[in-house]
Design a protein around this ligand. Structure first.
Ligand SMILES: Nc1ncnc2c1ncn2[C@@H]1O[C@H](COP(=O)(O)OP(=O)(O)O)[C@@H](O)[C@H]1O
Ligand SMILES: O=P(O)(O)OC[C@H]1O[C@](O)(COP(=O)(O)O)[C@@H](O)[C@@H]1O
Ligand SMILES: [Mg+2]
Length: 322
């Protein structure tokens, strides 16, 4: 009988800690007696049969590296019936009983589609956005929060030295979790997110002018992408306050870099749990964190959940930014 086999791939945007998840999947799989294949460039690898045979040493020296050793991609072809059938064919040819997919909500939709066609899939949340509803945490978030915070610390030196206002745009894919946590960490004057409507004159300009009246001389405004046009915002702030204002878009520096301890630990736990499920012939699940514990949900149920925005934290941030 052909050797029992599992596959692992990373999909969607890369996130720090994806390598630690791959390492955990590969090592747990091998210890449990599976042959493990690493598929390249997300679902494209499954479609094209592009994989590498993994052994214990294939995942040495990666736990501390950002990005993903298996590369990643957004694969439009996988969303078509033809593409998914090619992926199923690859799984059958290689006797693959289960696939671990490290990625975001889009990747989980793909994992659900594959599971519904008879291939057990387990999703592991890996994205800097922390926007997966079923999980209070996604691999890469804490590293990205720290990267944003450290970048703003440097920007603050210039804002302070020139008595300027700095508008800093962070990522988040239409959610404000990254902006909220990095904004609190860097002591931002205002945090603007898509989840909370704001009034420019009252909530931004009014605040800046009122704090200026207490002696504050430089200002940091952290904005989540998808909230507004940050360049236009900087121009408006300067026009309405007469304070020199500059915009910085942090961009991809916030997605790369060595994962911090939290991301390595959570990635290891989630990777281990994913293989435990596959070894029990369980599929169509997403690994999640709830109250700090690792558990799993049905993918369809998970995709139907809503992630609440941490309004208490948001309000607190503004209360202490006076
Ligand atoms: N609705 C969908 N149905 C099937 N597959 C999908 C779907 N949405 C996304 N995918 C697959 O998952 C990949 C990654 O999704 P994407 O939304 O880009 O990133 P993420 O997983 O990080 O949210 C897509 O390129 C596609 O191959
Ligand atoms: O890699 P791209 O196509 O520039 O995508 C940018 C998007 O990817 C992210 O960096 C990560 O999103 P995902 O993890 O869901 O892929 C978002 O914050 C951002 O909106
Ligand atoms: Mg996503």
């Amino acid at each position: 009988m052909a050797e029992k086999t599992i596959a692992v791939l990373t999909s969607g945007g890369d996130a720090p800690g994806m390598n630690a998840a791959i390492r955990a999947v590969v090592r747990t799989g091998i210890v449990k007696g599976f042959r493990v294949l690493g598929f390249m460039r997300g679902y494209n690898g499954l479609i094209n049969g592009d994989y590498m045979e993994m052994n214990l040493r294939s995942v040495s020296d990666i736990i501390h590296r950002g990005g993903t050793m298996l590369y990643t991609a957004r694969s439009p072809e996988f969303k078509t019936e033809e593409g998914i059938q090619k992926a199923i064919e690859t799984c059958k040819e290689n006797n693959i009983q289960g696939v671990v997919v490290v990625g975001g909500d889009g990747s989980f939709r793909g994992a659900r589609d594959l599971s519904q066609r008879g291939i057990n899939c387990i999703g592991i949340p890996g994205t800097i956005d922390n926007d997966i509803a079923c999980s209070e945490y996604t691999i890469g978030f804490d590293t990205a929060v720290n990267t944003c915070m450290q970048a703003v610390d440097r920007i603050r030196d210039t804002a302070q030295s020139h008595d300027r206002c700095s508008v800093v745009e962070v990522m988040g894919n239409n959610t404000g979790h990254l902006a909220l946590h990095s904004g609190i960490g860097c002591g931002a004057t205002c945090i603007l997110v898509p989840e909370v409507p704001y009034d420019l004159k009252k909530d931004v300009v009014g605040r800046i002018l009122s704090y200026q009246g207490t002696g504050k001389k430089h200002f940091i405004i952290v904005v989540a992408e998808g909230t507004c046009n940050t360049n236009a915002l900087a121009i408006q702030i300067q026009a309405l306050t007469n304070i020199e204002t500059r915009e910085t878009v942090l961009g991809y520096i916030q997605r790369g870099g060595s994962p911090n301890a939290k991301d390595r630990v959570v990635a290891s736990q989630m990777g281990f749990r994913a293989v435990e499920l596959l070894a029990q012939n369980i599929g169509n699940r997403v690994i999640a964190m709830k109250d700090g514990k690792i558990l799993d949900y049905d993918i369809t149920e998970a995709l139907g959940m809503q992630k609440p925005f941490e309004m208490d934290l948001y309000n607190m941030a503004h209360d202490i930014s006076i």
